[in-house]
Design a protein around this ligand. Sequence first.
Ligand code: NAD
Length: 319
Amino acid sequence: MPNILVSNISFGVASPESLTKLRSLANVVLNEKSIRFTDQDFIEKISNVDILIAGTEKITRSAIEVAKNLKLIVRIGVGVDNIDLDCALENKISICYTPEAPSESVPEFTLSLILNLIKGISVSDRKMHKKNWHRPMGRMLSSMKIGIVGVGKIGSKVIRLIKSISPGTEILFYDPYLESAEQALKCGIEQLFRESDIVSLHLPLNDQTGGLVDGGLLSSMKKESYLINTSRGGIVDEAALYQSLKNNHLAGAAIDVFENEPYHGPLAELDNCLTTSHIGSLTQEVRALMEEQVVEDIESFICGQPFIRPLDGFNFCGY
Ligand code: NAD
């Protein structure tokens, strides 16, 4: 039987049936300490592993090079920016992921962040916890222009959700690979940042998008506007964002993803920054679906069947 290492935390909690099925297919080692794997953890545990089930922990060249038997990495989730893809390709390691599942949960989460920010919910809650009766003035979605950067599975559903509760809200979008989008007007990235009251990011992190939202774009935003990032941390310059919030140029930001996670940095100290611990897709339902999908592709691999959800360019032969 193949050896499977699960570096992702709490695999099988949402879908115990998936873990049972996995155990019938392979020898499974779970991340029992429930601590995010470091490079050192991988190096210690990966040498005889055939299949790795991973979350967003970094899978570096040094880890992959120790994993002489590794043939398949299965990402629970969608972003693969945490994997050294060049090294995986050189070693002909297949990669599967679960691209559809998070698009059920991240849009709902994004909408809740938008509403939370513009209604001052977390601000009021934090003051109440300190016995302070403070009544922040909110805004209505209908009077705001929203800019969506990246209109794929998640961005397009965010647009639909906003329009379904506030049909009058004007929506701009920027996506270099898309000519048009339903219910939103295409524009350049500079115009989007300059004109939007709320900017929400839904693009992947890669060589082109790392550091894309820099000090220049942030300072071009309207005074008292908002930034939401549920995509990936490395896309936003965190130091520049901190300054923008500290100076009250931006009225607020909601940040679910950080350049280095777990995040313990200064954004979490600002009253006008709503920070969450990369939980955009983390719902019971979606997590269970992702675990089922991961096991489906591992079963295909072991049985020599085609993958169901391979990453383009990383679809090599079976076990
Ligand atoms: P997707 O591939 O369906 O859509 C991404 C869109 O971004 C595409 O339309 C693409 O054309 C566009 N894009 C690419 N480069 C761009 C650029 N430079 N500027 C603007 N747009 C660009 O992906 P998705 O499923 O919609 O997910 C989007 C991102 O959300 C993922 O890459 C992932 O990083 C993030 N995500 C976060 C969580 C979370 O828990 N917070 C969960 C799932 C996904």
